[in-house]
Design a protein around this ligand. Structure first.
Ligand code: NAG
Ligand code: NAG
Ligand code: NAG
Ligand code: NAG
Ligand code: NAG
Ligand code: NAG
Ligand code: NAG
Ligand code: NAG
Ligand code: NAG
Ligand code: NAG
Length: 452
């Protein structure tokens, strides 16, 4: 696909939609791009960027009845939110709620009983009536001094949600120590922070990490080589199609990555979505929909613990997540929203002290969970009884050695074929060379305790 094609297709369709929107939103011609001191937005009032690309106001994600202050693409027929203010606390009725610029130079969201539930929290020494909140054409909501617009007190690009748009940045502010990271939504109807995040290496390099629960790294961008991030195999493709120029900047104030559009008519965004993948989307007018340009990690099941405790990720099934036999989703409602993070629970609870290895579920060709404990057992039976005799043991594996797991099992993955031999025994990193020999002859079994 070429950028040129998109640009050609862009205009006729866009004109069509502008006409529709003009009739629906008759008051938008009077719409402004700013909120000044003392002013507020309530109900369905919005502000829009000067060029009409972005709009800010209350929205409800999906079918939920919860309201949030957000920024979205005004002209697109599909609700696409790029930023959310009150991620963690919603509003249930917008009529008497207010998104307000206060005397102390802050944007504050007041709920129906006038309780502040979100604030921009910028600490400015003096109050001023000469402050304005402006929604810029690039989607940045900026609190600035009206008499000198380069004096910025706060901006939404410093507090990204799950989306990176051209001219925004993710990285770190060396002066304040603050990170600009992307954090996934909890699910498609709840913008509260989910388990996945994308942030710059706290160690100081130019590398970006995708992490689960702020800890486990499951994808690395590679470091910046002056032209691109070396670990992102997709970049040659992006360079050829030339949608965006990716930049990495390290100066006295900040180290961060940003990007600019090669063609201002292109509409594109990167999102760390509830699947734990970072995805680059491009708006395709022909389809009136977002086209997925690339995603990382490429394989959905490489996202750490996508399916939650006792969930199993299978790249050949749809959906990818299911529960181990004998287990069921901990929250069916969450699973239906593609949020598998709560994982699965046993249908019947384990009783300690019971003594039968019939209670084990045998799974073959599994990527084993990390955090195993290695035991000195001479046979599969010894390994099994070691697990049975330990009330916190939930699984064991016996191959060329005995390994047991305690508590919840995370990151279970079904594997196929021989191409995976290096990942198959990832729980056995230190033993790879011997284990691979074992594998050639017979499966290594991974057994999960079902009953005791
Ligand atoms: C448009 O503005 C008028 C007057 O300001 C107001 O009465 C009307 O409710 C508004 N309509 C919409 C769709 O917001
Ligand atoms: C906005 O709210 C007003 C008052 O509640 C209502 O009359 C109007 O239809 C709404 N406009 C839109 C576009 O929903
Ligand atoms: C919000 O509150 C107003 C006033 O109490 C009420 O008229 C309106 O129906 C409520 N809207 C919703 C969606 O509950
Ligand atoms: C407003 O927020 C406060 C604090 O979170 C809460 O106690 C109160 O019930 C909320 N009011 C409404 C009408 O939701
Ligand atoms: C603002 O500060 C308050 C108090 O320190 C804190 O509870 C709240 O989470 C902060 N809000 C934001 C949006 O950072
Ligand atoms: C700011 O506005 C408030 C309310 O409109 C007014 O009372 C106050 O005098 C103004 N302050 C300045 C410095 O203009
Ligand atoms: C506006 O603010 C910037 C940044 O603080 C400063 O460098 C510049 O001199 C100011 N301009 C005027 C006209 O005061
Ligand atoms: C996520 O990390 C927090 C803080 O380290 C920890 O308390 C919590 O148990 C972790 N969540 C899971 C599901 O492991
Ligand atoms: C694209 O937009 C940016 C920011 O608005 C502007 O600086 C630049 O000149 C534009 N480029 C083209 C080719 O129109
Ligand atoms: C469990 O089985 C082992 C060997 O079969 C036996 O020695 C032990 O007494 C049994 N323990 C219980 C609690 O039944």
């Amino acid at each position: 696909m070429e950028a040129r094609n998109r640009a050609c297709l862009y205009f006729p369709v866009l004109v069509f939609f502008v006409l529709i929107f003009v009739s629906i939103e008759a008051n938008l011609s009077a719409a402004t791009n700013s909120i000044s001191t003392g002013q507020s937005l309530s109900g369905n009032q919005t502000i829009a960027s000067e060029d009409g690309t972005f709009e800010l106001g209350f929205f409800t994600p999906g079918n939920s009845r919860k309201f949030y202050i957000g920024i979205w693409y005004k002209k697109l027929p599909k609700q696409t939110v790029i930023w959310v203010a009150n991620r963690e606390k919603f509003i249930s009725n917008t009529t008497f709620s207010e998104f307000k610029l206060t005397q102390d130079r802050n944007l504050v969201l007041l709920n129906q009983s006038k309780t502040p539930i979100w604030s921009s929290n910028s600490s400015s020494p003096t109050s001023s009536n000469r402050t304005e909140a402006v929604l810029l054409n690039n989607g940045n909501l900026v609190l600035r001094d009206m008499s000198n617009t380069s004096v910025i007190f706060w901006q939404s690009f410093d507090h990204p949600t799950d989306t990176f748009v051209p001219e925004s940045w993710i990285g770190m502010n060396k002066v304040t120590g603050e990170y600009q990271s992307l954090t996934s939504w909890k699910n498609s109807e709840d913008p509260a922070p989910g388990y996945f995040s994308d942030s710059i290496d706290p160690g100081g390099t130019s590398e970006f990490f995708l992490r689960w629960n702020q800890s486990e790294i499951y994808w690395r961008s590679g470091t910046w080589n002056g032209e691109y991030f070396t670990g992102a195999p997709v970049l040659p493709e992006m360079r050829r199609t030339t949608i965006i120029n990716v930049l990495y900047i390290d100066n006295e104030q900040r180290r961060y990555s940003t990007c600019t559009l090669k063609n201002n008519a292109t509409i594109t965004r990167q999102v760390l979505d509830v699947s734990g993948q970072i995805k680059q989307w491009v708006w395709l007018d022909k389809n009136q929909d977002w086209l997925l340009f690339w995603s990382e990690p490429d394989a959905q099941c490489d996202v750490y613990s996508l399916c939650g405790p006792f969930g199993i990720c299978d790249s050949k099934s749809i959906p990818y997540c299911s529960c181990l036999q004998g287990f069921e989703p901990a929250s069916m409602a969450d699973w239906e929203l593609n949020d598998y993070s709560s994982g699965c629970v046993r249908r019947s609870t384990l009783q300690c002290g019971k003594n039968s290895s019939d209670g084990f579920l045998t799974l073959s060709n599994m990527k084993l969970p990390s955090n195993s404990h290695s035991l000195d057992a001479q046979s599969s039976d010894d390994c099994s009884s070691a697990c049975l005799n330990d009330c916190s043991c939930t699984a064991y594996a016996y191959g060329n050695g005995c390994f047991i797991w305690k508590g919840e099992l995370l990151n279970l993955q079904q594997l196929y074929g021989d191409g995976d031999s290096t990942t198959l025994f990832s729980g056995f990193q230190l033993l790879i060379s011997t284990i691979q020999k074992v594998r050639a002859e017979h499966y290594l079994s991974f057994l999960v305790l079902l009953e005791r």
